[in-house]
Every structure is written in structure tokens, then in C-alpha cells.
Design a protein around this ligand. Structure first.
Ligand code: GLN
Length: 332
């Protein structure tokens, strides 16, 4: 029997796949903008961008890759990393969890079924719990600084709140308010519930671009080493932990379907962004506002799937034991 062939992917091949995905998907229809947050309903639905960040820091972009949009639930990824940086992976597993819920991102039922633990920092309950854990407990300003500094380290760019989105979201966060106080009744929120919820809402309202998210994805894919700023942002041991969380719940109740079809762990946000992590190879991000019923961008999914298929990549395939020609050797 032939051994699995190892793949060597060149930057030129990635560039071709990104361009082909853009052309093939740009006119795809289907999905609607999120409407439960009024700001998101009025974002131009035709915006569409893709970026891949290779592990030598090369950025390959097409379309509206520099357009700033609401990060929304993709923000759960950096704050999960921050909580693990501050408390360690073992403590986060105990305090928040790392399980799939199989239910929508804002499910109260998931929290009730789990009895007390929020399941994962990548669903609303766990993300609010993660915000509550951020040090220093009780100091909203300092916590916010820690959240945004961590994102700046992961993306190389200081993130800014889209004030209109923050106002919009703060005015309709009743479901998340219930989650925050239910966590309180379970003893699973580690700071004031309203303070924690506000931090969560604010981080969801940060503006981002596919370029920034792809760099964050590449940093995770690169064992915590940001290939653009050339800095070790977090302990390499945390990279597989956060990637496992993205793998299990990144697309909420559609996570299994997504992995089955795409072969790449990815995290979505209702702003239309998707962040993908291909460990040892690249970070990828795509953005397009119209969403499917689970809140995942229709075109971003199609684009990333196209790229994975065109490059013949799948995280579960033996051939992923590749040496990407773009992978730098580095000392740590
Ligand atoms: N801020 C949004 C919410 O809590 C994020 C949801 C998402 O992007 N899936 O509802």
C-alpha cells in the first residue's frame, strides 16, 4: 500500500485558489444579514473579502479584505486565549468547559442541560464567563485593556469598537442578560454579571477585517507565534487547546456539517466573518454579511470550502502531514 503522499503547497497555489474561490462565489445568493441586532441588518450584503495568512507572514487577499466589520462571535476566540493565558488550560476546562453544545450560540437550554458549566468559551454563556475571568476582576477598564491588547497582539492591529454596533447590540441583549444571571445562580460567573456582559457586548462590537482575522488564525496555526509581528504571543501548548474548541463548536449546531464538508476548524460571527485555522499551514478568514439559519456566513463558508478543496487539504487527512513550503523554520 502506498504511503500517504505529503503535500507541498506553494504561495502561488494558495493565491490561485483564493482568486478562484472569489470568482466562483462572488455572485452566490442565499442567506440574509443578521436582523436581531439592528446595525447588522443594514450592512451592505454585497461586501465580500477573503484573506489567507501564511506562516511566513505573507498575506494573500481578494475583495473587501480591508473593510471593517463587526467581529461578533469571532471575538470569543481571542478572549478564550486570554483566559487560558491568565489561568492555564486546565483551569479553563474546569471553570468554563470545552464541550460542544449542539445548540444555537445563545442557547439558554444548553446551559440548563449542562447543569452548571457553560460548555465552551466559544458559545455565548462561556464567552460571558470568559470575560468575567479576565484579570483584574472587578476593574472594567483594566479588563477591557487586557481584552483589546490581547487582540492587538494576535492581529498586529489595535481594535476599535464600532460605536453604532455597540449601542445597537446593548439595546437588545436581553437573552444574553438572562445567560449572565443564570451563570450567577450556578456560581459560574467570576465577576459582576452586568460588567461581564458589557465587556462581552463590547468585544462583539469591535471592528475587524479579514486581514486581521487571518493573521490571528495564522498565529494560532503557528503555535502562538504571530508571523507578521514576529512575536510569540502565547504559550505554544495553548494552540491545540483553542483549536480543539474551534473544532468542536465553531459553527454551533452546524459544526459537524461544516467540518465534514470543509475539513478545517473555523469560527463564525453574525457580522459575517469566519476565521479558519489550519495548524502548521495558515490562517484564513472570509467575510460576507448574509447568514444561514445557524448564523454562519453563506459565502464565507463557500469560499473557504472552495479553497480547501482546490488545495486538496483536510485537517483529518493523512496527507496533511505536510511540509508547507511557506512554513518558516524558527527558533523558540
Ligand atoms: N453578539 C452576538 C450575540 O451575542 C454574537 C453572536 C454570534 O456572532 N454568533 O448574540
Amino acid at each position: 500500500m502506498a504511503a500517504a503522499s505529503h503535500k507541498n503547497i506553494t504561495a502561488a497555489e494558495v493565491r490561485a485558489a483564493v482568486n478562484n474561490a472569489y470568482e466562483e462565489v462572488r455572485n452566490a445568493s442565499g442567506g440574509t444579514n443578521a436582523s436581531y441586532i439592528p446595525y447588522l441588518a443594514q450592512v451592505d450584503p454585497n461586501l465580500f473579502g477573503i484573506t489567507v495568512c501564511l506562516l511566513d507572514g505573507t498575506l494573500i487577499s481578494v475583495g473587501d479584505s480591508a473593510h471593517t466589520f463587526g467581529i461578533e462571535s469571532v471575538s470569543k476566540v481571542p478572549t478564550a486565549i486570554l483566559a487560558m493565558r491568565e489561568y492555564g488550560a486546565v483551569d479553563i476546562l474546569e471553570k468554563v468547559g470545552a464541550d460542544a453544545t449542539g445548540l444555537p450560540f445563545n442557547s439558554i437550554m444548553a446551559l440548563l442541560l449542562e447543569k452548571d458549566r457553560p460548555s465552551s468559551p466559544l458559545v455565548n454563556a462561556g464567552a460571558i464567563a470568559a470575560c468575567s475571568l479576565v484579570e483584574p476582576v472587578g476593574d472594567a477598564d483594566a479588563k477591557w485593556k487586557a481584552i483589546t491588547s490581547n487582540i492587538r497582539e494576535l492581529t498586529g492591529t489595535e481594535p476599535e469598537v464600532i460605536q453604532e454596533l455597540y449601542q445597537s447590540e446593548s439595546g437588545c441583549d436581553y437573552n444574553n442578560r438572562s445567560i449572565a444571571w443564570l451563570l450567577k445562580s450556578y456560581g459560574r460567573i467570576y465577576d459582576d454579571p452586568d460588567l461581564s456582559l458589557d465587556l462581552y457586548t463590547r468585544q462583539c462590537s469591535l471592528g475587524t477585517t479579514t486581514e486581521q482575522l487571518a493573521i490571528m488564525g495564522a498565529t494560532i496555526a503557528n503555535d502562538g507565534f504571530n508571523p507578521v509581528t514576529n512575536t510569540q504571543v502565547f504559550d505554544p501548548d495553548l494552540a491545540p487547546k483553542v483549536t480543539s474548541m474551534i473544532t468542536t463548536v465553531g459553527f454551533y449546531e452546524r459544526t459537524g456539517d461544516w467540518l465534514y464538508r470543509s475539513g478545517i476548524p473555523a469560527k463564525s460571527g453574525v457580522g459575517g466573518g469566519v476565521l479558519g485555522v489550519m495548524p502548521g499551514m495558515f490562517g484564513i478568514a472570509a467575510f460576507s454579511p448574509p447568514l444561514d439559519e445557524a448564523g454562519n456566513s453563506v459565502k464565507a463558508q463557500l469560499a473557504i470550502r472552495h479553497i480547501m478543496h482546490e488545495l486538496g487539504l483536510n485537517i483529518f487527512a493523512a496527507s496533511r502531514l505536510c511540509v508547507c513550503q511557506c512554513t518558516p523554520t524558527r527558533e523558540r
